[in-house]
Design a protein around this ligand. Structure first.
Ligand SMILES: NC(=O)c1ccc[n+]([C@@H]2O[C@H](COP(=O)([O-])OP(=O)(O)OC[C@H]3O[C@@H](n4cnc5c(N)ncnc54)[C@H](OP(=O)(O)O)[C@@H]3O)[C@@H](O)[C@H]2O)c1
Length: 361
């Protein structure tokens, strides 16, 4: 019998495909199932789908077949999380790690939290949400930095991203409603924007809990910016007068003072609003306290090669998101049953690790 952990990959979008490739490369993991949604991927070998040699595991659109497959863990990366689906996986004895939801379980409403907890107890399994952001940048990195703090006054995380090269038209245009009239993209009008705002808010409550901030509330502001011109991006077209910029601010306040703040400065295309702050591309985490720190995080395809395209560099974030989940599988499978948070699973490190250097001529 193999001592490798048996893993099912659920969905093969930008992030799921990178996860699939990593599972096939990982010496401690064995792919035993692959759930896809599109008919054209049904029956295709998993290796073929992610540009690897054939591995003998065929993709299926049949969710029931996946539910009936024994595995240690499901890497769950669909466009939207479905709690009932996740509960069924947990009840069937499979741990679930996801980039789509559950970054801090205490923020879920009691009914859904209890449903997940009951499923974990029945299947003796655990569930965890992670990724770049939400995930590493908004929780792991500030927590790690705080290990060098005596006292903390404020934590601020700024994400600046141009969605131009994020090759998921469904998430950019359908879910986030870029390229639509502003009235359709407000927090009130767009349920996905509300869900998304919620998962970023989860990070604030998690940091507050871990670091002892007594927050009264988290305030969310949204500002939508519309484009002055019409243009095409990789994932579609933005017409003049439709949404090309979305700025969000989450402020965790204690007695009217902001102690934890997250800002997202998201544009689609070249127009960066003149009145927005000048932030660095990528993610900046700043801790004001004794002492104060600043750390900038920017995934790239390489900092040395010159032959790579902007798409390659942007795609590096998909790989990083997938790997944060894949590299947490072993810790999650070893954890006690239940809803597991970031600070319970310990530091995550690369499971595949160093590539063998090329042989010298
Ligand atoms: N935490 C983070 O840092 C982070 C970062 C990026 C993304 N994410 C999240 O990770 C997940 C995957 O992102 P992605 O960039 O890979 O998205 P994506 O490229 O749009 O892929 C989405 C996947 O969802 C599948 N899908 C199709 N119809 C669906 C349906 N009705 N319900 C659910 N899923 C359906 C697609 O299957 P087919 O390919 O078979 O059509 C595809 O594999 C999303 O939830 C996203 O929000 C998190």
């Amino acid at each position: 019998m193999s001592d490798r952990l048996e893993v099912i990959q659920w969905a093969t979008g930008n992030v799921g495909n990178e996860s699939l490739k990593a599972i096939l490369m990982h010496p401690g993991l064995e792919l035993v199932g692959l759930r896809v949604y599109s008919g054209e991927k049904d029956g295709v070998d998993a290796g073929t789908l992610c540009g690897m040699p054939e591995c003998g595991v065929r993709a299926t659109t049949n969710a029931k077949a996946i539910l009936d497959t024994d595995a240690d863990c499901v890497v769950y990366m669909p466009r939207h999380a479905d709690i009932d689906e996740v509960c069924a996986l947990l009840r069937s004895g499979k741990n679930v790690i996801s980039t789509a939801f559950l970054f801090y379980a205490e923020c879920l409403d009691e009914k859904r939290r209890e449903k997940l907890r009951a499923a974990c107890m029945e299947g003796r399994t655990s569930v965890h949400g992670t990724g770049i952001h939400p995930g590493f940048v908004g929780m792991v990195l500030p927590l790690a930095l705080s290990g060098m703090s005596r006292t903390i006054d404020k934590i601020r995380i700024v994400e600046k991203a141009d969605w131009t090269y994020y090759a998921s038209p469904r998430i950019t245009f359908d879910n986030m409603r870029f390229g639509r009239p502003a009235a359709e993209a407000t927090l009130e009008a767009n349920p996905f924007a509300r869900f998304n705002a919620g998962i970023f808010e989860e990070q604030i409550w998690m940091l507050a809990k871990a670091l002892g901030a007594k927050l009264d509330r988290v305030v969310i502001d949204q500002e939508l910016v519309v484009s002055e011109s019409s243009y095409d991006v990789l994932a579609g077209r933005v017409e003049a007068g439709t949404v090309s910029g979305q700025r969000y601010q989450w402020r965790g306040e204690s007695a009217g003072v902001t102690q934890i703040q997250i800002d997202a400065l998201w544009t689609l295309g070249g127009e960066y609003p003149a009145h927005w702050e000048r932030a660095r591309e990528g993610w900046t985490v700043k801790i004001e306290g004794e002492p104060s720190f600043r750390s900038h995080f920017l995934p790239a395809a390489s900092f040395e090669r010159r032959d790579l395209s902007i798409e390659d560099h942007v795609h590096a974030s998909d790989i990083a998101t997938a790997m944060q989940a894949v590299n947490t599988i072993a810790a999650l499978c070893a954890s006690p049953p239940g809803l597991r948070g970031t600070f319970e699973l310990g530091p995550v490190h690369a499971g595949i690790g160093f590539r063998r250097p090329p042989r010298r001529a």
